[in-house]
Design a protein around this ligand. Structure first.
Ligand SMILES: NC(=O)c1ccc[n+]([C@@H]2O[C@H](COP(=O)([O-])OP(=O)(O)OC[C@H]3O[C@@H](n4cnc5c(N)ncnc54)[C@H](OP(=O)(O)O)[C@@H]3O)[C@@H](O)[C@H]2O)c1
Length: 320
């Protein structure tokens, strides 16, 4: 089998690795697509809070077909199309996961979209509804709306009945957000974010969804209406902002932390219910996940570089 291996921090190589076999309670997935997430880039750079020992195979999530199952495994059966989150090891032609982590996927979800689904869409639903208490008819400013978690948030917010203003730095990303269902867009590299968001929402938005941090955080906080909620998703800009608490006090606003990764690991049954709900929305056609750009496994280094340097619109999947 082949895998992308990080032998020293900052770089990856594609190489032949030892074939994997399923142990008790495990299945082997023949990987058809591996989703690339910002966190994969952070792992390889050694900039993530968890630092796996070298060498390691990055790759947080995959989709494919169950190729073999441990002796005691009753489901999913060999041949079932599944997705799985694995944390590490996904950038490979095969991977072993616990059988319970291999989730059957609807026929209408191809491997590329399935492999780029769980992290982005779960984060969006967990953040907007569970943490942000988004209600039907409310308005949301989604920052980084042309990126992975941002584009998913645009779609999930629309599926929840919200009005969405999508902020992104390039025309290609803003077009992607509009195609994903955003009602309007703003240019975060040129527009006055506070003024534009307040004008669009008649005085202030109900929610801000912020995966970027940095300089845009302050004007986005000030764009919130009375009892507005600011969802702290991530710091893709590289800068963790300090928010003025007087702006939280004013208008009875709230700043709400979102750590879907830790929550999903600590609450696996609730995460499975969340994922099943999202897959149900896909099956019924209410959620139409955006197809990723696809690249061969050999291009993993270039893809990670693109992702960490703001050059990706939507998601990328590696095809082993
Ligand atoms: N809290 C959670 O549970 C959770 C879950 C998943 C991911 N995250 C975090 O969310 C963030 C975004 O993840 P993602 O998968 O959406 O990444 P992504 O696809 O690369 O999108 C990130 C967006 O951030 C913006 N950005 C601004 N400055 C940037 C810079 N200097 N470098 C790179 N991007 C920059 C870019 O949009 P513009 O060009 O439009 O500015 C880019 O499209 C990451 O920090 C990730 O760790 C958090």
């Amino acid at each position: 089998m082949r895998a992308v291996v990080c032998e020293e921090l900052g770089s990856v190589v594609v190489t032949e690795t030892k074939p994997v076999e399923p142990g008790p309670g495990q299945v082997v997935i023949a990987v058809e697509a591996a989703g690339v997430n910002y966190v994969d880039g952070l792992f390889v750079q050694g900039r993530y809070q968890i630092k796996p020992p070298l060498p390691f195979v990055p790759g947080y999530e995959v989709a494919g077909t169950v190729a073999a199952a441990g002796p005691d495994v009753t489901a999913p059966a060999v041949g079932t199309r599944v997705l799985a989150t694995c944390g590490l090891g996904g950038f490979a032609s095969r991977i072993v996961v616990p059988a319970a982590a291999a989730v059957p996927i609807p026929d209408r979800l191809d491997a590329g979209r399935a492999a780029t689904f769980t992290q982005s869409y779960s984060t969006a639903l967990f953040a907007l509804r569970e943490r942000g208490a988004l209600r039907d008819g409310e308005s949301v400013l989604v920052l980084g709306a042309g990126g992975g978690v941002g584009l998913a948030a645009v779609q999930v917010a629309k599926a929840l009945g919200a009005r969405v203003l999508a902020g992104a730095s390039s025309e290609a990303k803003r077009d992607a957000a509009l195609a994903a269902g955003a009602d309007a867009v703003l240019d975060t590299s040129a527009d006055d974010v506070k003024a534009a968001a307040r004008a669009w929402s008649d005085g202030g938005v109900d929610l801000v969804y912020d995966p970027i941090g940095g300089d845009v955080a302050d004007p986005a906080l000030r764009a919130l209406r009375e009892q507005g909620r600011y969802l702290v998703i991530g710091f893709a800009s590289g800068a963790i902002p300090s928010l003025p608490l007087n702006q939280v006090l004013l208008r009875n606003r709230a700043v709400v932390g979102v750590d879907w990764g830790a929550w999903s690991m600590g609450h696996p049954l609730e995460q499975r219910a969340l994922l099943d709900e999202l897959l149900g929305l896909v099956e019924s056609g209410r959620l139409e996940p955006v197809p990723p750009r696809t690249e061969p496994l050999e291009n993993a280094a270039a893809v990670l570089d693109d992702l960490l340097n703001r050059r990706v619109v939507g998601k990328v999947a590696l095809l082993p």
